[in-house]
Write a protein that binds this ligand. Sequence first.
Ligand code: APR
Length: 236
Amino acid sequence: MKNIVVFTGAGISAESGLSTFRDSDGLWEKYSVEEICTHEAWERNPQLLVDFYNARRRDTLKAQPNAAHLAIAELQKKIPTTRIITQNVDDLHERAGAINVIHLHGEITKLRSSINETATVSLNGWEQHYGDRHPDGSLLRPYIVFFGEGVPYFTAACDIASTADIMIVVGTSLNVYPAASLLQYVPKKTQIYLIDPGQPAFNPLTPNITHIRKKATEGVPQVVENILNNAAERKL
Ligand code: APR
């Protein structure tokens, strides 16, 4: 059975009603990254960040997985070697039925210790109350990897990418590092399908990359169907 690796960004959740970051109506067009998504911003005005991520959490809980999330979960059920790596902090992959999802940039449904980047707690509902503490005594903060911070699961993600026979990349501008460099860890023979209606910043010299300029809910089910058909014909 082949190893399939799925790597997703904000675009896969756009049709579920969640904003992307760098499109013309994206979050970083409306808010300043420096004021919201850095450790300095947290030190300067933690209440602002708590309010911002409470609003994002409320949006996430209202959103539903779309046909792209569902197709990926289905692919993983049929080909259990499928691994999913996402830059998204929403839980739509999991709510579609996917398991063992690696979240490179944190998870909005969780909070974390201020002194231990992987000591997380689940939050019931949408609201974090500023001032609550982790069992380790430190202030709880949103479980979001801020710009400038380390990406705790990046090495694990690279190890997975390096085993890919097929890679499906969905809805990411490939502008944020180190996440965007995941494609460099994929073996040269690996077929990469990039599903994105825009123009992600991939290296045009990347071997075996097919850019499918479609929205996720259209392009992902098609690619998944092709892979499953090939598998049924024992080509996988
Ligand atoms: N289907 C597929 N792709 C789409 C859709 C759609 N319906 N709508 C938009 N897109 C594409 C855009 O063309 C763009 O390439 O989604 C991509 C979104 O890019 P970004 O907003 O930059 O999101 P992403 O790449 O996930 O950002 C990476 O930046 O701010 C941080 O931590 C945040 O994880 C995020 C990281």
